[in-house]
Design a protein around this ligand. Structure first.
Ligand code: AMP
Ligand code: MG
Length: 495
């Protein structure tokens, strides 16, 4: 084995590298000057087959920052294009990431292990290929929080400090994130080849993606149309789930939309505190393209971009292909609506469906918007009302009377439900989190890590978020919105 190669004993099976030549370039990561393992997701590492007792932390740090080649791994940067804020960029690709390889995990699932921030690649377009510590920790914390909130997502495996400074507006400590995803195939991966009129490659990629993620459509009359439908359905569900917890992705470019339906790229994302459908946090989203309430429409727009790439596969007659694809995309809104309604009903403790439910739900949102009510506290507080404790919830409202009227309507509706209250309360508390990664708390913890190398706040936060649904004594401040005098929260891309 050459020097600087390590055998991790993982069950590698690099199907992307093996089956899709021409879809990537071989790359090597940079050797970090002083790699230090900051966080390791032990249960995830274990499920992937890492033998943690055999691997000393310093070796893990070197491997997971990209400086050592892994025996059996693939070490590639994937090509992709993408619509960024509505504008097509034909040439993106992994400019600061490398796919370490695909592992068949202990549950027989195929998982990508990718390093982000491991150095420049042929796709770097003048960028340094690096990442700063705070955004890496941010992705670690929020990605894991999303997972624990039952949202499909890529997951953080490790965060490694490189011991190197990266130059942004100022020099910042550098880091690498190791993340795990069921794949990194994006809408933009299809667009890359469709744009180059490489129809055979689009087909090859579609066949690969179908086999990997949607084998059930292989036998359909029109597998590519069914593939489009299946991807759209998963994206509709994903976005509905975001909407059910107040998550704003912030950069829903087509290169950041996975075919698998997992949330990817936690750059400028944020959670809303007070309910505001127009909420935007990203410093560069001047038009509010990716605002909270626009996410489903953007999801559908993104699906149309995937459809465009697939059209020649859907039907040889281009008009027929457009007709079929459009019909399929029309279903997106319906899938989204159904998924969202199901999630909202659960949040309100409803286990049956009534025609008027959407009205009750939208009245609640209107009230929340009119009085800028904290999204998370409102939903969490509903179960308290069922336990004769409604003062906390009423206190959220400056003017409580309209909300009291809504509570009466809700209560009448609940009277037609059959579940005993006790069960309903448990179900509601299992879908309405108390602890979310509140922006101001995340920010404070990141600042402490970045500026003072003080990791205590972030560790505490991770501990709080490890169980978002169970109220625990002493953690009250983690459930609270920011004080009113705090400046509006802003997030930044590509850091
Ligand atoms: P993102 O905003 O992280 O989704 O990245 C969008 C594109 O910019 C992708 O092609 C990234 O690989 C690339 N990119 C972001 N930051 C860097 C960087 N520091 N160096 C090189 N490429 C980058
Ligand atoms: Mg991205």
């Amino acid at each position: 084995m050459p020097e600087h190669m390590i055998d991790l004993g993982l069950n590698f099976d690099n199907s992307y590298a093996e089956q899709l030549e021409g879809f990537y370039v071989q790359v090597k990561g940079d050797e970090a000057p002083a790699p230090k393992l900051l966080y390791l997701n032990r249960s995830l590492a274990d499920s992937l087959g890492f033998d943690l007792d055999k691997l000393p932390a310093d070796q893990l740090a070197a491997v997971l920052s990209g400086g050592i080649t892994v025996k059996g791994g693939s070490s590639i940067a994937q090509a992709y294009a993408g619509h960024q804020f509505g504008h097509f960029n034909p040439q993106l690709g992994d400019g600061r990431a490398l796919l370490l390889g695909e592992v068949i995990d202990k549950n027989r699932n195929r998982q990508d292990i990718q390093l982000k921030g491991s150095g420049a690649t042929p796709f770097s377009r003048g960028g340094d290929g690096k990442a700063a510590l705070a955004p890496i920790l941010r992705e670690y914390v929020i990605g894991e929080a999303m997972h624990l909130l039952n949202i499909p997502t890529t997951r953080a495996l490790a965060a490694v400090a490189t011991g190197e400074e990266v130059m942004r507006d100022e020099p910042l400590p550098g880091a690498v994130l190791a993340r795990v995803a069921s794949s990194h195939i994006r809408i933009g991966t299809f667009q890359f080849f469709a744009n180059r009129k490489e129809g055979d490659k689009v087909k090859q990629l579609a066949d690969y993606a179908i086999a990997r993620h949607y084998p059930e459509v292989q036998t359909a009359d029109n597998p590519y149309l069914e593939f489009l439908r299946a991807v759209a359905k998963r994206q509709a569900l994903l976005i509905a789930k975001w909407m059910s917890i107040g998550f704003v992705h912030g950069v829903m470019n087509t290169d950041n939309v996975t075919i698998s339906g997992e949330t990817i790229d936690y750059g400028p994302c944020a959670f809303i505190d007070k309910y505001d459908p127009t909420a935007v946090f990203s410093s560069i989203d001047h038009q509010g393209r990716y605002a909270f309430a626009s996410q489903a429409d953007i999801g559908q727009w993104n699906m149309a971009r995937l459809a465009e790439a697939l059209l020649p596969l859907i039907d040889v007659d281009s008009e027929e292909a457009v007709r079929l694809a459009s019909k399929t995309l029309d279903d997106f809104a319906e899938h989204y609506r159904e998924s969202w309604l199901a999630l909202m009903r659960a949040k309100l403790g409803l286990s049956t469906c009534e025609e008027n439910d959407p009205v009750i739900i939208s009245e609640l949102f209107d009230l929340m918007e009119a009085q800028s009510i904290d999204f998370t506290l409102l939903f969490r507080g509903l179960a308290d009302v069922l336990q004769e404790n409604k003062s906390g919830l009423l206190n959220l409202f400056l003017e409580a009377a309209p909300f009291e009227r809504w509570l009466a309507t809700w209560s009448e509706r609940l009277a037609r439900e059959t579940l005993p209250d006790e069960e309903r309360i448990a179900l509601m508390n299992g879908v309405n989190p108390l602890y979310i990664p509140r922006n101001h708390i995340v920010e404070e913890a990141l600042q402490a890590a970045e500026k003072e190398a003080n990791y205590a706040p972030i560790e505490k936060l991770m501990d709080v978020l490890s169980d978002p649904y169970t109220a625990r004594e002493g953690l009250e401040e983690y459930a609270l919105p920011p004080s009113a005098d705090l400046a509006p929260y802003k997030t930044f891309c590509g850091t």
